[in-house]
Write a protein that binds this ligand. Structure first.
Ligand SMILES: [Zn+2]
Length: 97
């Protein structure tokens, strides 16, 4: 059984994901003692990167939500938040932007 502890920050890592045909990936542990994990394509920037964070986080929060709904919700949330001026401030371990 899959389990994501939503009180804990998932591990977030960056690498080139091109061959997976995805901009991000969400990994849900089979063992509740292990952390969930989000991978983001290291080449993403700006709103696309932001939307990918939201998308993968939504997969962890609601693992049964169909891909189409995850796409729709993350895209809309990114649109609204971006229009309100939310931006990534940059962290040493989260690549460029
Ligand atoms: Zn997805």
């Amino acid at each position: 059984m899959f389990f994501v502890d939503l009180r804990k920050m998932p591990k977030v890592t960056f690498r080139k994901l091109g061959r997976h045909k995805a901009t991000g990936m969400a990994h849900i542990p089979m063992d509740r003692r292990l952390d969930s994990h989000i991978e983001i394509d290291s080449r993403l920037k700006g709103r696309e990167k932001f939307e990918t964070y939201l998308h993968e986080a939504l997969h962890l929060a609601l693992p049964d939500l169909p891909e189409e709904d995850v796409l729709k919700a993350a895209r809309f949330q990114a649109l609204v938040a971006w229009a309100e001026g939310y931006r990534h401030r940059g962290k040493p371990n989260s690549s460029s932007q």
